[in-house]
Design a protein around this ligand. Structure first.
Ligand code: HEC
Ligand code: HEC
Length: 394
Protein backbone atom coordinates (compact mmCIF):
# COMPACT_ATOMS: atom_id res chain seq x y z
CA UNK A 1 0.00 0.00 0.00
CA UNK A 2 1.36 3.46 -0.83
CA UNK A 3 1.55 6.15 1.80
CA UNK A 4 -1.41 8.02 0.36
CA UNK A 5 -3.50 4.83 0.15
CA UNK A 6 -2.78 4.15 3.84
CA UNK A 7 -3.75 7.74 4.59
CA UNK A 8 -6.98 7.36 2.63
CA UNK A 9 -7.78 4.09 4.42
CA UNK A 10 -7.27 5.76 7.78
CA UNK A 11 -9.56 8.61 6.78
CA UNK A 12 -12.23 6.09 5.72
CA UNK A 13 -11.84 4.24 9.03
CA UNK A 14 -12.09 7.48 10.97
CA UNK A 15 -15.23 8.52 9.10
CA UNK A 16 -16.77 5.10 9.77
CA UNK A 17 -16.14 5.47 13.52
CA UNK A 18 -17.67 8.93 13.58
CA UNK A 19 -20.67 7.67 11.61
CA UNK A 20 -21.42 4.93 14.13
CA UNK A 21 -20.95 7.02 17.25
CA UNK A 22 -21.36 10.78 17.02
CA UNK A 23 -23.86 11.01 14.14
CA UNK A 24 -26.25 8.17 15.01
CA UNK A 25 -29.69 8.99 13.63
CA UNK A 26 -32.65 9.01 15.99
CA UNK A 27 -35.62 6.85 15.06
CA UNK A 28 -38.69 9.07 14.56
CA UNK A 29 -42.06 8.27 16.20
CA UNK A 30 -45.14 7.16 14.30
CA UNK A 31 -47.73 9.69 13.21
CA UNK A 32 -50.42 7.53 14.73
CA UNK A 33 -50.19 4.74 17.26
CA UNK A 34 -50.01 1.38 15.46
CA UNK A 35 -48.36 2.81 12.33
CA UNK A 36 -45.35 1.18 10.66
CA UNK A 37 -41.86 2.67 11.00
CA UNK A 38 -41.44 5.77 8.86
CA UNK A 39 -39.11 5.12 5.90
CA UNK A 40 -39.94 1.50 5.02
CA UNK A 41 -39.85 0.43 1.35
CA UNK A 42 -43.06 -0.48 -0.50
CA UNK A 43 -42.12 -4.14 -0.25
CA UNK A 44 -41.57 -3.87 3.51
CA UNK A 45 -44.88 -2.03 3.92
CA UNK A 46 -46.60 -4.86 2.07
CA UNK A 47 -45.06 -7.32 4.55
CA UNK A 48 -46.21 -5.13 7.43
CA UNK A 49 -49.79 -5.19 6.12
CA UNK A 50 -49.72 -8.95 5.48
CA UNK A 51 -48.26 -9.51 8.97
CA UNK A 52 -50.90 -7.30 10.55
CA UNK A 53 -53.64 -9.29 8.79
CA UNK A 54 -52.25 -12.50 10.33
CA UNK A 55 -51.85 -10.83 13.74
CA UNK A 56 -55.53 -9.78 13.51
CA UNK A 57 -56.71 -13.07 12.09
CA UNK A 58 -59.03 -15.29 14.10
CA UNK A 59 -57.60 -18.82 13.68
CA UNK A 60 -60.20 -21.58 13.61
CA UNK A 61 -59.82 -24.96 15.29
CA UNK A 62 -59.41 -26.53 11.83
CA UNK A 63 -56.47 -24.20 11.21
CA UNK A 64 -54.81 -25.30 14.43
CA UNK A 65 -56.14 -23.29 17.39
CA UNK A 66 -56.03 -25.40 20.57
CA UNK A 67 -56.79 -28.03 21.77
CA UNK A 68 -55.79 -25.83 24.76
CA UNK A 69 -55.37 -22.11 24.26
CA UNK A 70 -55.96 -18.68 25.77
CA UNK A 71 -57.17 -16.82 22.68
CA UNK A 72 -57.47 -17.57 18.96
CA UNK A 73 -55.97 -14.28 17.75
CA UNK A 74 -52.89 -12.20 18.69
CA UNK A 75 -54.97 -9.05 18.73
CA UNK A 76 -57.51 -10.58 21.10
CA UNK A 77 -54.92 -9.52 23.68
CA UNK A 78 -52.70 -6.94 21.92
CA UNK A 79 -55.48 -4.63 20.80
CA UNK A 80 -55.71 -1.25 22.57
CA UNK A 81 -55.49 1.54 21.36
CA UNK A 82 -54.41 -0.15 18.08
CA UNK A 83 -53.32 -3.58 16.87
CA UNK A 84 -50.07 -4.39 18.74
CA UNK A 85 -51.20 -2.62 21.92
CA UNK A 86 -52.36 -3.84 25.30
CA UNK A 87 -55.52 -5.56 26.52
CA UNK A 88 -57.41 -6.62 29.62
CA UNK A 89 -56.38 -10.28 29.64
CA UNK A 90 -54.06 -11.58 32.31
CA UNK A 91 -51.98 -14.65 31.54
CA UNK A 92 -51.35 -17.02 34.46
CA UNK A 93 -47.96 -18.60 35.14
CA UNK A 94 -46.75 -20.86 37.95
CA UNK A 95 -43.21 -21.72 39.05
CA UNK A 96 -41.44 -23.12 42.07
CA UNK A 97 -38.02 -23.09 43.66
CA UNK A 98 -36.14 -26.39 43.70
CA UNK A 99 -34.21 -27.32 46.86
CA UNK A 100 -30.94 -26.34 45.11
CA UNK A 101 -32.32 -22.83 44.61
CA UNK A 102 -32.86 -23.01 40.86
CA UNK A 103 -36.15 -21.99 39.29
CA UNK A 104 -38.42 -24.72 37.95
CA UNK A 105 -40.73 -23.20 35.34
CA UNK A 106 -42.87 -26.33 35.71
CA UNK A 107 -42.77 -26.92 31.96
CA UNK A 108 -43.57 -30.61 32.45
CA UNK A 109 -46.74 -29.65 34.33
CA UNK A 110 -47.77 -26.83 32.04
CA UNK A 111 -46.89 -24.15 34.56
CA UNK A 112 -45.03 -21.68 32.40
CA UNK A 113 -48.28 -20.68 30.76
CA UNK A 114 -51.66 -21.92 31.90
CA UNK A 115 -54.24 -22.04 29.13
CA UNK A 116 -57.78 -21.33 30.14
CA UNK A 117 -59.80 -22.56 27.12
CA UNK A 118 -60.24 -25.88 25.33
CA UNK A 119 -61.70 -26.79 21.93
CA UNK A 120 -65.09 -28.60 21.93
CA UNK A 121 -63.39 -31.94 21.11
CA UNK A 122 -61.24 -31.74 24.25
CA UNK A 123 -64.01 -30.29 26.41
CA UNK A 124 -66.19 -33.29 25.53
CA UNK A 125 -63.58 -35.45 27.27
CA UNK A 126 -63.95 -33.32 30.38
CA UNK A 127 -60.77 -31.27 29.91
CA UNK A 128 -61.65 -27.60 29.86
CA UNK A 129 -58.39 -25.87 30.80
CA UNK A 130 -54.95 -26.42 32.35
CA UNK A 131 -55.24 -26.74 36.11
CA UNK A 132 -52.82 -25.19 38.56
CA UNK A 133 -49.80 -27.50 38.87
CA UNK A 134 -49.81 -29.22 42.26
CA UNK A 135 -46.12 -28.59 42.81
CA UNK A 136 -46.41 -24.88 42.25
CA UNK A 137 -45.29 -22.56 44.95
CA UNK A 138 -45.83 -19.26 43.18
CA UNK A 139 -48.67 -18.28 40.89
CA UNK A 140 -48.84 -14.93 39.19
CA UNK A 141 -50.72 -13.04 36.54
CA UNK A 142 -49.02 -11.10 33.75
CA UNK A 143 -50.56 -8.24 31.82
CA UNK A 144 -50.34 -7.69 28.08
CA UNK A 145 -47.60 -5.21 27.15
CA UNK A 146 -47.47 -2.66 24.30
CA UNK A 147 -45.45 -3.99 21.36
CA UNK A 148 -44.88 -0.58 19.73
CA UNK A 149 -41.22 0.27 19.17
CA UNK A 150 -39.91 -3.18 20.18
CA UNK A 151 -38.14 -3.77 16.84
CA UNK A 152 -35.23 -1.74 18.18
CA UNK A 153 -35.03 -3.90 21.35
CA UNK A 154 -34.40 -6.94 19.13
CA UNK A 155 -31.36 -5.22 17.61
CA UNK A 156 -29.45 -4.07 20.67
CA UNK A 157 -26.15 -6.00 20.44
CA UNK A 158 -25.69 -8.57 23.21
CA UNK A 159 -22.38 -6.95 24.11
CA UNK A 160 -24.18 -3.68 24.84
CA UNK A 161 -26.45 -5.49 27.31
CA UNK A 162 -23.43 -7.04 29.04
CA UNK A 163 -21.69 -3.65 29.12
CA UNK A 164 -24.73 -1.96 30.71
CA UNK A 165 -25.21 -4.69 33.33
CA UNK A 166 -23.61 -4.23 36.74
CA UNK A 167 -24.63 -7.43 38.57
CA UNK A 168 -22.41 -6.78 41.59
CA UNK A 169 -23.10 -3.04 41.66
CA UNK A 170 -19.43 -2.20 41.25
CA UNK A 171 -20.23 1.47 40.67
CA UNK A 172 -22.02 1.56 44.04
CA UNK A 173 -25.15 3.42 42.85
CA UNK A 174 -27.49 0.84 44.42
CA UNK A 175 -28.65 -0.29 40.98
CA UNK A 176 -27.26 -3.54 39.61
CA UNK A 177 -29.07 -4.86 36.55
CA UNK A 178 -28.53 -8.33 35.20
CA UNK A 179 -28.75 -9.79 31.72
CA UNK A 180 -31.82 -12.05 31.30
CA UNK A 181 -31.56 -15.75 30.44
CA UNK A 182 -33.59 -18.14 28.29
CA UNK A 183 -34.34 -21.64 29.65
CA UNK A 184 -31.36 -22.95 27.60
CA UNK A 185 -29.00 -20.29 28.94
CA UNK A 186 -28.79 -17.77 26.10
CA UNK A 187 -29.21 -14.01 26.53
CA UNK A 188 -32.88 -13.10 27.03
CA UNK A 189 -34.45 -9.68 26.46
CA UNK A 190 -38.20 -10.14 25.89
CA UNK A 191 -40.90 -11.04 28.36
CA UNK A 192 -41.29 -9.51 31.79
CA UNK A 193 -38.69 -11.95 33.13
CA UNK A 194 -36.37 -11.35 30.11
CA UNK A 195 -36.52 -15.06 29.29
CA UNK A 196 -36.98 -14.92 25.50
CA UNK A 197 -34.09 -14.17 23.14
CA UNK A 198 -35.73 -12.55 20.12
CA UNK A 199 -38.97 -11.35 18.55
CA UNK A 200 -38.77 -14.37 16.24
CA UNK A 201 -38.73 -16.74 19.23
CA UNK A 202 -41.46 -14.78 21.01
CA UNK A 203 -43.79 -15.06 18.03
CA UNK A 204 -43.37 -18.83 17.90
CA UNK A 205 -43.88 -19.09 21.68
CA UNK A 206 -46.97 -16.89 21.62
CA UNK A 207 -48.51 -18.92 18.80
CA UNK A 208 -47.81 -22.11 20.75
CA UNK A 209 -48.55 -21.03 24.33
CA UNK A 210 -51.34 -18.51 23.85
CA UNK A 211 -53.09 -19.94 20.79
CA UNK A 212 -52.17 -23.65 20.72
CA UNK A 213 -50.79 -23.29 17.18
CA UNK A 214 -47.75 -25.48 16.43
CA UNK A 215 -44.90 -24.19 14.23
CA UNK A 216 -41.51 -25.45 13.08
CA UNK A 217 -40.04 -24.29 16.43
CA UNK A 218 -42.69 -25.85 18.72
CA UNK A 219 -43.97 -28.67 16.58
CA UNK A 220 -45.59 -30.99 19.13
CA UNK A 221 -48.87 -30.07 20.74
CA UNK A 222 -48.72 -29.68 24.53
CA UNK A 223 -51.48 -31.65 26.29
CA UNK A 224 -53.29 -30.70 29.51
CA UNK A 225 -50.70 -29.69 32.14
CA UNK A 226 -47.98 -31.17 29.96
CA UNK A 227 -49.55 -34.68 29.80
CA UNK A 228 -49.98 -36.44 26.42
CA UNK A 229 -52.98 -35.36 24.38
CA UNK A 230 -55.89 -37.84 24.14
CA UNK A 231 -56.24 -39.37 20.66
CA UNK A 232 -58.39 -37.72 18.03
CA UNK A 233 -58.76 -34.26 19.57
CA UNK A 234 -56.29 -32.44 17.31
CA UNK A 235 -57.03 -33.11 13.63
CA UNK A 236 -54.85 -30.32 12.16
CA UNK A 237 -51.46 -31.70 11.00
CA UNK A 238 -48.34 -30.23 12.68
CA UNK A 239 -46.83 -27.74 12.14
CA UNK A 240 -50.13 -25.91 11.95
CA UNK A 241 -48.64 -22.63 10.74
CA UNK A 242 -45.83 -22.37 8.18
CA UNK A 243 -42.62 -20.37 8.61
CA UNK A 244 -43.65 -17.78 6.01
CA UNK A 245 -46.69 -16.80 8.06
CA UNK A 246 -44.80 -16.82 11.37
CA UNK A 247 -42.10 -14.62 9.77
CA UNK A 248 -44.73 -12.17 8.55
CA UNK A 249 -46.16 -11.88 12.06
CA UNK A 250 -42.67 -11.31 13.50
CA UNK A 251 -41.90 -8.67 10.87
CA UNK A 252 -45.17 -6.90 11.61
CA UNK A 253 -44.18 -6.59 15.29
CA UNK A 254 -40.63 -5.58 14.31
CA UNK A 255 -41.92 -2.80 12.06
CA UNK A 256 -44.35 -1.25 14.57
CA UNK A 257 -43.09 2.29 15.18
CA UNK A 258 -42.71 3.84 18.65
CA UNK A 259 -46.00 5.51 19.61
CA UNK A 260 -46.30 9.22 18.76
CA UNK A 261 -45.52 11.75 21.47
CA UNK A 262 -48.12 14.50 21.72
CA UNK A 263 -46.72 17.86 20.58
CA UNK A 264 -46.61 19.94 23.75
CA UNK A 265 -48.28 23.30 23.63
CA UNK A 266 -45.54 25.94 23.90
CA UNK A 267 -46.65 26.95 27.41
CA UNK A 268 -46.09 23.41 28.68
CA UNK A 269 -42.64 22.95 27.12
CA UNK A 270 -40.65 24.30 30.10
CA UNK A 271 -42.63 22.09 32.50
CA UNK A 272 -41.92 19.01 30.35
CA UNK A 273 -38.22 19.87 30.14
CA UNK A 274 -38.14 20.24 33.92
CA UNK A 275 -39.90 16.87 34.34
CA UNK A 276 -37.42 15.22 32.00
CA UNK A 277 -34.47 16.66 33.95
CA UNK A 278 -35.97 15.35 37.21
CA UNK A 279 -36.47 11.90 35.64
CA UNK A 280 -32.71 11.69 35.15
CA UNK A 281 -31.73 13.52 38.33
CA UNK A 282 -33.59 11.20 40.74
CA UNK A 283 -32.36 8.03 39.01
CA UNK A 284 -35.35 6.83 36.97
CA UNK A 285 -33.24 6.95 33.80
CA UNK A 286 -30.68 4.59 35.33
CA UNK A 287 -33.07 1.72 34.47
CA UNK A 288 -35.56 3.40 32.13
CA UNK A 289 -32.74 4.47 29.79
CA UNK A 290 -34.37 6.83 27.28
CA UNK A 291 -32.63 5.45 24.17
CA UNK A 292 -31.04 2.23 22.98
CA UNK A 293 -28.64 2.01 20.03
CA UNK A 294 -29.32 -0.70 17.49
CA UNK A 295 -26.84 -2.78 15.53
CA UNK A 296 -27.06 -3.40 11.77
CA UNK A 297 -30.51 -4.22 10.35
CA UNK A 298 -31.83 -5.10 6.90
CA UNK A 299 -34.62 -2.59 7.65
CA UNK A 300 -33.16 0.85 6.90
CA UNK A 301 -35.18 2.72 9.58
CA UNK A 302 -33.80 0.40 12.31
CA UNK A 303 -30.25 0.16 10.97
CA UNK A 304 -27.81 1.52 13.60
CA UNK A 305 -30.13 4.13 15.08
CA UNK A 306 -30.79 5.64 18.46
CA UNK A 307 -34.30 4.46 19.31
CA UNK A 308 -36.52 5.59 22.20
CA UNK A 309 -37.35 2.74 24.60
CA UNK A 310 -37.10 3.95 28.21
CA UNK A 311 -35.74 0.54 29.16
CA UNK A 312 -32.25 -0.92 29.53
CA UNK A 313 -33.70 -4.42 28.83
CA UNK A 314 -32.02 -5.68 32.02
CA UNK A 315 -33.45 -7.42 35.07
CA UNK A 316 -33.77 -5.39 38.28
CA UNK A 317 -34.88 -6.40 41.76
CA UNK A 318 -37.83 -4.20 42.74
CA UNK A 319 -38.30 -5.64 46.22
CA UNK A 320 -40.68 -8.13 47.90
CA UNK A 321 -43.91 -6.16 47.46
CA UNK A 322 -43.86 -6.92 43.72
CA UNK A 323 -42.84 -10.60 43.97
CA UNK A 324 -44.37 -13.05 41.46
CA UNK A 325 -42.94 -16.15 39.77
CA UNK A 326 -39.29 -16.84 39.06
CA UNK A 327 -37.81 -17.19 35.58
CA UNK A 328 -34.90 -19.15 34.14
CA UNK A 329 -32.57 -16.22 34.90
CA UNK A 330 -34.74 -14.09 37.18
CA UNK A 331 -35.75 -14.25 40.83
CA UNK A 332 -39.35 -13.73 41.98
CA UNK A 333 -38.65 -10.04 42.59
CA UNK A 334 -36.73 -9.30 39.39
CA UNK A 335 -38.31 -7.85 36.26
CA UNK A 336 -36.96 -6.57 33.02
CA UNK A 337 -37.34 -2.77 33.07
CA UNK A 338 -40.68 -2.03 31.42
CA UNK A 339 -40.55 0.32 28.45
CA UNK A 340 -42.36 3.56 29.28
CA UNK A 341 -43.31 4.27 25.65
CA UNK A 342 -46.96 5.23 25.37
CA UNK A 343 -47.40 5.55 29.14
CA UNK A 344 -50.02 8.28 28.74
CA UNK A 345 -52.05 6.12 26.33
CA UNK A 346 -52.59 3.14 28.61
CA UNK A 347 -53.51 2.24 32.15
CA UNK A 348 -53.29 0.53 34.68
CA UNK A 349 -49.61 -0.32 35.28
CA UNK A 350 -47.07 -2.88 36.52
CA UNK A 351 -46.78 -6.56 35.59
CA UNK A 352 -50.18 -7.49 37.01
CA UNK A 353 -51.92 -4.13 36.51
CA UNK A 354 -52.07 -3.49 40.25
CA UNK A 355 -51.29 0.25 39.95
CA UNK A 356 -54.20 2.39 38.77
CA UNK A 357 -52.12 5.45 38.08
CA UNK A 358 -48.51 6.42 37.47
CA UNK A 359 -47.95 7.74 41.03
CA UNK A 360 -48.99 4.39 42.45
CA UNK A 361 -46.69 2.54 40.04
CA UNK A 362 -43.76 4.66 41.25
CA UNK A 363 -44.78 4.24 44.92
CA UNK A 364 -44.56 0.45 44.49
CA UNK A 365 -40.94 0.56 43.28
CA UNK A 366 -38.66 -0.88 45.99
CA UNK A 367 -35.38 -2.80 45.98
CA UNK A 368 -32.91 -1.30 43.51
CA UNK A 369 -35.40 1.49 42.75
CA UNK A 370 -35.96 2.51 46.36
CA UNK A 371 -33.79 5.60 46.32
CA UNK A 372 -35.49 6.89 43.15
CA UNK A 373 -38.87 6.23 44.77
CA UNK A 374 -37.83 7.97 47.99
CA UNK A 375 -36.70 10.99 45.99
CA UNK A 376 -40.12 11.03 44.29
CA UNK A 377 -41.85 10.91 47.69
CA UNK A 378 -40.17 14.04 48.97
CA UNK A 379 -40.61 16.10 45.81
CA UNK A 380 -42.40 19.42 45.92
CA UNK A 381 -45.86 19.45 44.34
CA UNK A 382 -44.56 21.46 41.40
CA UNK A 383 -41.72 19.01 40.71
CA UNK A 384 -44.04 16.05 41.04
CA UNK A 385 -46.48 17.55 38.53
CA UNK A 386 -43.62 18.24 36.12
CA UNK A 387 -42.36 14.66 36.34
CA UNK A 388 -45.83 13.15 35.87
CA UNK A 389 -46.53 15.48 32.98
CA UNK A 390 -43.30 14.34 31.32
CA UNK A 391 -44.16 10.66 31.90
CA UNK A 392 -47.62 11.09 30.41
CA UNK A 393 -46.02 12.67 27.32
CA UNK A 394 -44.00 9.54 26.45
C1 HEC B 1 -53.81 -14.42 25.83
C2 HEC B 1 -53.25 -13.11 25.58
C3 HEC B 1 -52.13 -13.01 24.55
C4 HEC B 1 -52.13 -13.41 23.24
C5 HEC B 1 -53.22 -14.15 22.48
C6 HEC B 1 -50.85 -12.99 22.70
N1 HEC B 1 -50.11 -12.37 23.66
FE1 HEC B 1 -48.28 -11.51 23.38
N2 HEC B 1 -48.15 -11.18 25.39
C7 HEC B 1 -49.13 -11.47 26.31
C8 HEC B 1 -48.60 -11.31 27.66
C9 HEC B 1 -49.34 -11.52 28.96
C10 HEC B 1 -47.25 -10.93 27.50
C11 HEC B 1 -46.23 -10.70 28.62
C12 HEC B 1 -45.59 -12.05 28.85
C13 HEC B 1 -44.38 -12.02 29.68
O1 HEC B 1 -44.09 -10.98 30.21
O2 HEC B 1 -43.69 -13.04 29.82
C14 HEC B 1 -47.01 -10.84 26.06
C15 HEC B 1 -45.79 -10.47 25.50
C16 HEC B 1 -45.53 -10.43 24.13
C17 HEC B 1 -44.27 -10.03 23.56
C18 HEC B 1 -43.03 -9.55 24.33
C19 HEC B 1 -43.14 -8.11 24.68
C20 HEC B 1 -42.01 -7.60 25.52
O3 HEC B 1 -42.06 -6.44 25.92
O4 HEC B 1 -41.07 -8.33 25.83
C21 HEC B 1 -44.38 -10.17 22.20
C22 HEC B 1 -43.33 -9.87 21.16
C23 HEC B 1 -45.72 -10.70 21.95
N3 HEC B 1 -46.38 -10.82 23.14
C24 HEC B 1 -46.20 -11.01 20.70
C25 HEC B 1 -47.39 -11.72 20.49
C26 HEC B 1 -47.78 -12.31 19.21
C27 HEC B 1 -46.97 -12.21 17.93
C28 HEC B 1 -48.97 -12.96 19.41
C29 HEC B 1 -49.75 -13.81 18.44
C30 HEC B 1 -49.00 -14.89 17.83
C31 HEC B 1 -49.32 -12.75 20.82
N4 HEC B 1 -48.33 -12.01 21.43
C32 HEC B 1 -50.48 -13.25 21.39
C33 HEC B 1 -50.41 -11.88 26.03
C34 HEC B 1 -50.84 -12.37 24.81
C1 HEC C 1 -33.88 -0.23 39.46
C2 HEC C 1 -34.50 -0.01 38.19
C3 HEC C 1 -35.65 0.99 38.12
C4 HEC C 1 -35.68 2.30 38.55
C5 HEC C 1 -34.57 3.08 39.23
C6 HEC C 1 -36.98 2.80 38.23
N1 HEC C 1 -37.74 1.83 37.62
FE1 HEC C 1 -39.63 2.02 36.93
N2 HEC C 1 -39.72 0.02 36.57
C7 HEC C 1 -38.67 -0.85 36.71
C8 HEC C 1 -39.14 -2.21 36.50
C9 HEC C 1 -38.29 -3.46 36.58
C10 HEC C 1 -40.53 -2.11 36.26
C11 HEC C 1 -41.52 -3.28 36.08
C12 HEC C 1 -42.12 -3.64 37.45
C13 HEC C 1 -43.38 -4.49 37.39
O1 HEC C 1 -44.01 -4.58 36.34
O2 HEC C 1 -43.77 -5.06 38.42
C14 HEC C 1 -40.85 -0.69 36.28
C15 HEC C 1 -42.10 -0.16 36.02
C16 HEC C 1 -42.38 1.20 35.95
C17 HEC C 1 -43.65 1.77 35.57
C18 HEC C 1 -44.88 0.98 35.12
C19 HEC C 1 -44.83 0.76 33.63
C20 HEC C 1 -45.91 -0.14 33.11
O3 HEC C 1 -46.23 -0.01 31.93
O4 HEC C 1 -46.40 -1.02 33.84
C21 HEC C 1 -43.54 3.14 35.65
C22 HEC C 1 -44.61 4.18 35.34
C23 HEC C 1 -42.20 3.41 36.08
N3 HEC C 1 -41.52 2.22 36.25
C24 HEC C 1 -41.70 4.69 36.30
C25 HEC C 1 -40.50 4.94 36.98
C26 HEC C 1 -40.10 6.23 37.47
C27 HEC C 1 -40.87 7.53 37.25
C28 HEC C 1 -38.92 6.06 38.13
C29 HEC C 1 -38.14 7.08 38.92
C30 HEC C 1 -38.83 7.60 40.08
C31 HEC C 1 -38.57 4.65 38.01
N4 HEC C 1 -39.57 4.00 37.34
C32 HEC C 1 -37.41 4.08 38.51
C33 HEC C 1 -37.36 -0.51 37.01
C34 HEC C 1 -36.97 0.70 37.54
Amino acid sequence: MTGSAVGAALVVAAVAVVATTACTRTLPDAEQVGDPLPGLSDEELARFEAGRALFDRVFSVDEGTGPLFNENQCSACHTFPATGGTGEQLVIKATRRLPDGTCDILASEGGENLRRQATPALARLGIERDTLPSASADIATFAVPFLFGLGAADLVPEQALHDAADPDDLNGDGISGRVGRTPDGRVGRFGRKADVASLHEFTHLALFNEMGITTSVHSRERGPNGAPLPDGVDPAPDPELGDNSADLITDFVRMLAPPPRPTPDPDAAPLLAHGEALFTAIGCAACHTPYVTTGPSRLAPLDRVRAPLYSDLLLHDLGPALASTCGPGATETEYRTTSLLGLGARRPYLHDLRAFNIERAIELHGGEAQSARDAFRVMTTVDRQALLRFLRSL
